[in-house]
Design a protein around this ligand. Structure first.
Ligand code: LLP
Length: 416
């Protein structure tokens, strides 16, 4: 399903016209659909129903409290990568016992906070981290549950910036060293070995790399079992791709079938950490055309959203669909680059799109629910966009638009 659909020529989120949202809350703004988020979470949960499992939403994809709140109410766990994300999950009513803590650079403070909150598992990425965690847990007189994030050296066949499972990537412990590190972890009195984890990359559009990685991980699980290191869970990370343009990613059902099939007959609980696939297509970025500029070789539609709001096109040359909020069939169209006001030629949201535009028109940038707001910045002293959650005919303001006063509030002039 898509919650974003045209009705009488106007793009709606569920039952609400985006024109109404733009008039009430201004632009640029991110608009999410509660129904679509709910349906997508349930699809994951059902796809894994054949095996004991926990869906841990990767908070980094979109971390607004309302999104976390909704997912927590649906029973979701969370994959976090910082103390900040832990605070968000707790503030949103999430359960620390359903939280896995990933990331290669956990500070002592973050470890202490996560131990105090009682997270389910630390996904540890190096020997030094094992030692540090053991020390921090000892000082608190407690034990930390851990998994080792193993790098299976599998090609995820995705953009190099978001591939993580190859030897040359900074993530995880090398496959060949994992056994030794598990033995070492077992000897550390303040660590409890709970599981194993891996994450090979993001926006994967094929099942094979997931299967290959899982098979390697299972091989290791069997070797560990032979040494009496029994694991409670197997965490296969996130990474399932979505359709931005014409990609054909596996369905959530096919993904779930493949993973549960591989784990059939095993007792370990399956954990997955989807981010993009849960929220990506449940959100759009609504923006207004400020100017049309007809250059010698190109036409530009200068809109009020920019790379600071949605960084993916600039950073990965990513494609996001651009749709007019109000369809105007009678108008002549032209080919435009849709660009923002930021002073960089790399500031574009879309290139070479055929659109029938006039100044003042509204556009919806598609698939902006994941890695949109969460990667946004204040570059050019641009206050960040508002966020709205639509629930049938209701609109909830889930993040107010920032003000410039808020942006400069932490700064001070020099003393006289
Ligand atoms: N688990 C771990 C350990 C991760 O590092 C990530 C994403 C996920 C789960 C969630 O992956 P997903 O299901 O969303 O693919 N900014 C980039 C994506 C970076 C992904 C980083 N790690 C983008 O906009 O494409």
């Amino acid at each position: 399903m898509s919650a974003f659909h045209y009705s009488a020529g106007v793009l709606h989120a569920e039952d609400v016209p985006l024109t109404e949202i733009a008039a009430r809350f201004g632009t640029p703004c991110f608009v999410y659909s509660r129904a679509q988020l709910t349906e997508t979470y349930r699809a994951f949960d059902e796809a894994l129903a054949g095996h004991p499992h926990l869906v841990c939403y990767a908070v980094k994809a979109s971390s607004n409290l309302a999104i976390l709140d909704l997912l927590a109410r649906l029973g979701s766990g969370f994959d976090i990568v910082s103390g900040g994300e832990l605070k968000r999950v707790l503030a949103a009513g999430g359960d620390a016992r359903r939280v896995v803590f990933s990331g290669i650079g956990k500070s002592e403070t973050e470890m202490r906070e996560a131990l105090a909150a009682g997270v389910l598992c630390f996904n540890v990425e190096s020997e030094s981290e094992l030692k540090r965690l053991n020390r921090v847990a000892a000082a608190l007189g407690t034990q930390a549950s851990i998994s080792l994030r193993v790098n299976p050296d599998v090609d995820a066949k995705t953009h190099p910036y978001i591939a993580t499972g190859l030897k040359e990537n900074k993530f995880g412990v090398p496959f060949a060293e994992a056994l030794l590190l598990y033995r070492e972890a077992r000897r550390m009195p303040h660590l409890a070995v709970a599981g194993i984890s891996c994450h090979i990359g993001s926006q994967l559009t094929e099942l094979d790399p997931f299967v290959e990685a899982a098979q390697k991980i299972l091989e290791l699980v069997d070797r560990l079992a032979a040494e009496d290191i029994a694991l409670a869970h197997i965490d296969l990370g996130g990474g399932l791709g979505i359709r931005y343009r014409d990609e054909q990613p596996p369905s959530i059902e096919a993904y779930g079938r493949a993973l549960t099939g591989l784990l059939r007959g095993r007792r370990e609980r399956l954990i997955v950490e989807p981010g993009r696939a849960l929220v990506g297509n449940a959100g759009v970025l609504v923006t207004r055309v400020e100017y049309l500029k007809h250059g010698e070789t190109k036409n530009f539609a200068v809109v009020d959203a920019a790379m600071n709001d949605l960084m993916r096109p600039s950073l990965y040359d990513a494609y996001h669909e651009v749709q007019p909020v109000v369809r105007k069939i009678a108008r002549a169209s032209a080919t435009y680059d849709v660009v923002g006001p930021v002073c960089e030629s790399g500031d574009f949201l879309a290139r070479d799109r055929t659109l029938a535009l006039e100044e003042g028109d509204l556009l919806a940038i598609g698939s902006a629910g994941a890695y949109g707001m969460s990667m946004s910045s204040n570059y050019n002293t641009r206050p960040r966009a508002a966020e709205l959650m639509v629930d049938r005919d209701q609109v909830h303001l889930i993040r107010r638009r920032e003000t410039v006063e808020q942006l400069i509030a932490l700064e001070r002039r020099l003393p006289d």
